[in-house]
Structure formats: structure tokens, C-alpha cells
Design a protein around this ligand. Sequence first.
Ligand SMILES: [Zn+2]
Ligand SMILES: [Zn+2]
Length: 329
Amino acid sequence: MSPLVQPRLINGPYDDPGLILDFRHARRAILFDLGDNHALSARELTRVSHVFVSHAHMDHFGGFDRLLRLSLHRDGPLSLSGPPGFIERVEHRIRSYTWNLLDERSADCVLAVAEFDGTALIRAARFPARRAFAREDATPPDLRPGLVHDEAALFIASAALDHGIPSLAFRLQERMRVNVHRDGLAALGLPVGPWLNVAKAAVREGAADDTPIVIGEASIPLGRIREHALAVGPGQSVAYVVDALGSPANEAAILDLARNADQIFIEAAFLDEDRDIAAARRHLTAGQAGRLARRAGVRRMTPLHHSPRYLDRPDALRLEAEAAFGSEP
Ligand SMILES: [Zn+2]
Ligand SMILES: [Zn+2]
């Protein structure tokens, strides 16, 4: 069962944190955090449809300009979500440039920006390129509590962690995966076509076996297609946790968000021996990261966002996180 998205760290563990979640079968990607993104090609960045920013510290938001610049040539919405105050941060970045060359003939790019308070999207605004990115108020989508994003194939949950300021952690959850067996299709004598998406959506929604699926002039019961031509499996889940104090409240929120995830990308900023510095800067230690990943029952852990103070022993943080997680050295 191939997953819908392929998660990949944008940079090395000592560089700005960020994750790209590339869709395997579509020209599309999602970003967690928007720090330095020069390691991504222009083509990869133009594929980005949604960006989720943990907080507006520069190492998590400094890459906004490059994304905006590439967006000037594309049509359609680019969605950005972040913590309370995020819309104003985006607006300040936009307003620092001169936009006299934008008009109705420009590409129809719209930045759709929303703020998440840990429970719900509380505020939204739009910045259309054809109006020189003038700010327009918008209504935030009304999602299930705890979600920042929801679409047919996946949803994204978020928790607001204490980093002195709110810092959002994210979990992308694919819904049930439905793959097509070409051989099975051929055996049924059915063509490939858009009807397959209808059938896959019906399976995901738990439709009954006798649900009719229309294929051209014909109609076939869903159960027959499911039995011979579709493979169903659980969806992948990917958690992303950065910049958070190792407090009991944060730990509880991280465990809730990351529980049983297939993979977690988690900050390992300081060594346990420097836990006082970590607490003062409101970051996790590598040991805390590894223990949290183990307690959450995740399958794979990737530590990131290392403090440069350990550059002379570059593996120390990873090794401490892995030892606490219990994986092989
Ligand atoms: Zn920070
Ligand atoms: Zn940071």
C-alpha cells in the first residue's frame, strides 16, 4: 500500500527546520514550516498548495519571500496557516514590497491565510495578487475541533504548545488508502477512468457493497469492484513537533497529537545535561524528544532542529534522542 505523501526534511538537522510532504501521484506538496527553503527547487516550491507555520520566529518563517515570489506566476490559492497574530505577520511581509505592476491581468494568485488557536481556526484573510495583495476579510473554515485542515484524502490536526509564545505542532493523517489493481480492473473488463475516484471515495466513506458505480453506460456494484480491483489499507500519519518547552502540559499535548503515528519529526535542540538552558529557551532536549516519541508509540523518529552549540560533536543530539527512543544506535 503506497502512502499518499512522502515526507522529507528540507534541511540538515542544524539548519532551519521544515518538512515537505510531497504527493506521490499529484503535482502537489504541503509544507510544515517556512524557514530557509533554498534546498527545494523552484518546481517543488510551486507545487506547494498548503503551508502550516508553527510560529513566526525567523527560522520558521524566513522563507516566505521566496515562496511568494514563485507564487506570482501561478493561478489559484496558496493557503497559509499559523498561530494567532499570523495574518498580521504575513501582511507585514507583503506590504514591505511595491506592487504597482500587479493588476487584473496578473496571475490570479490568492494567499488565503488563517490563524489557529489550538482548537479552531479563529480568523482568516485573503490577499489577491490582482488587487495588489490588498487584505480582504474572510471566514475561516468551520472544521472539527483540533483540525487546521480537512480534505477528502487527508486531514491535519494541530496543537498549540508553549514556547513562550504559541508554537503549533502538526499531524498529517491520511484517510484510509484505496489503491487500484490494474490486473483486477482488466479481469473485470473495466477501463481506467474518473469513475475510479468515485469508487475510491465510496469505499473511504464506508458505502455498502450494493452501491451502484456508474461506468459509462453501465453500473456495477461497488462490492464487485472492491473485491477484484481495489486494495484498502490504513492511511499514513506524520507528526511534526518543534520549538516547545519540555513541560508536563506540552508533553501531554504532544503525546495526544502524535499517538501511534507512523513517523514523528521532533526537535532535539539541547542535550539532557543542558536541560536548564533548554527550559530557559523553551525548547525540548534530545532525551525528552526520544522519550516522548517512545511514549507516543510512534514507529519512526527523526530528530531535528539542533542547537549550533553542539556542532563540534554533531551526532550527540541524534544519539541521545535515539537512545531515549530505544532504536538501534
Ligand atoms: Zn522558536
Ligand atoms: Zn526554532
